[in-house]
Design a protein around this ligand. Structure first.
Ligand SMILES: [Zn+2]
Length: 365
């Protein structure tokens, strides 16, 4: 336990906001050093678009189990001042402790306990909170052919594993009209704001609450000054859904939006960002984890379906069985009350180790 806490403290004290490349690099160096200590090997450093991602592959041949973690956080530089690292009454606090530096440390300890078994790849990325623009292809390539992907993201309420995650699509809807003086001759203009008003309502109506599909118009801006008919404007759209079919339905609807204002032009960009992680991708692994938890004398495992996406969406999207939320027990990801319950850490490390061991010995016993 002391060693686990010391590692979490080191990582939390090294701030790593995803968008600050120098910080991500410094944190990656620290993760590499902590990993070397536990795993006895340096990682391969894979640099994509300047972002360093760390990969440890153990043993020859095709890896059978992929373990996924990220070391970047949503916390800006200076967060250690406002949210200092501390442990009080069994609760550990600090920026990024729950999402997901504690989970990363658990992975290192689980692998060390198992003697760093052959057949495992540990991939630690540095841009997850940005939507994994530079690591996505690595994640998908590394997952291909694996028996399972285990994602050490923070757990859901009460330590529940994340057995389903919604997919994400992102769009930008832009309207182009024509400027005119709003007092002298507004009839000569083509009003982009009015056009966007129609489209905001049309887009919101693509939602299907009965299926859990949300289509949410978000940031919007149009025009330049108060007395000119706006010549152009745009808004963003955040889409979440449980199924690939719904992702395709929304994409078709977004692609067929038509202008409502005469002479206005619509430009739709964007599309699917992360595929859903359906419960069918996680069911067998969850059943295994549940029986292992019982063998270890741990409380019964709970499962949760959540709206937020992770890199587990990518591994499920390429057809690899995926179990997510195996990391720390606690709460408050991305929020002021982010925390980790330290009493649950040893049991969690034991569960992760047992699951890796079980997956590696499958079919070879
Ligand atoms: Zn995370």
């Amino acid at each position: 336990m002391d060693a686990i806490l010391a590692d979490i403290e080191q990582l939390v004290r090294c701030e790593s906001p995803s968008a600050v490349l120098e910080s991500v690099k410094r944190s990656a160096d620290l993760v590499a050093a902590v990993g070397r200590h536990h795993l006895g090997a340096d990682p391969e450093v894979l640099v994509v678009d300047e972002y360093p991602h760390l990969r440890w592959r153990f043993g020859p041949g095709q890896p059978r189990v992929l373990i996924l973690a990220h070391h970047d956080t949503v916390w800006p530089l200076g967060s250690l001042e406002t949210h200092p690292y501390n442990v009080t009454d069994g609760v550990l606090r600090g920026p990024g402790c729950f999402d997901m530096k504690a989970g990363l440390v658990l992975a290192l300890h689980a692998l060390a306990v198992l003697g760093v078994p052959d057949g495992v790849t540990l991939l630690v990325t540095g841009d997850e909170e940005l939507g994994s623009p530079s690591s996505r292809a690595l994640i998908e390539a590394e997952a291909a052919g694996c028996r399972a992907a285990l994602v050490l993201e923070a757990s859901a309420d009460g330590g529940a594993l994340k057995t389903a995650r919604k997919g994400v699509s992102l769009y930008q809807v832009r309207a182009v009209g024509r400027a005119a003086h709003a007092g002298l001759e507004p009839e000569r203009g083509v009003n982009a704001t009015v056009e966007l008003a129609h489209q905001v309502l049309a887009v919101a109506a693509v939602s299907d609450p009965s299926l859990g599909t949300t289509v949410t118009p978000t940031a919007l801006s149009s025009g330049t000054v108060a007395n000119t008919v706006p010549a152009a404007g745009a808004f963003s759209v955040d889409v979440r859904m449980w199924s690939v079919a719904e992702q395709a339905r929304v994409h078709a609807a977004m692609s067929s939006l038509l202008p409502a204002v005469p002479d206005a032009v619509l430009e739709i960009s964007g599309g699917p960002n992360r595929p859903p992680l359906p419960s069918s991708s996680s069911a067998a692994l969850f059943a295994r984890a549940s029986s292992l938890a019982a063998e270890l004398g741990l409380p019964p495992l709970q499962s949760a379906a959540v709206g937020g996406a992770s890199d587990g969406n990518f591994t499920a999207g390429v057809g690899i069985p995926t179990l997510d939320g195996l990391g720390a027990v606690g709460g408050g990801a991305h929020a002021d009350h982010e925390h980790v319950l330290i009493g649950a850490l040893p049991g969690r490390a034991a569960l992760i180790a047992a699951l890796i061991d079980d997956l590696l010995t499958e079919g070879t016993a």
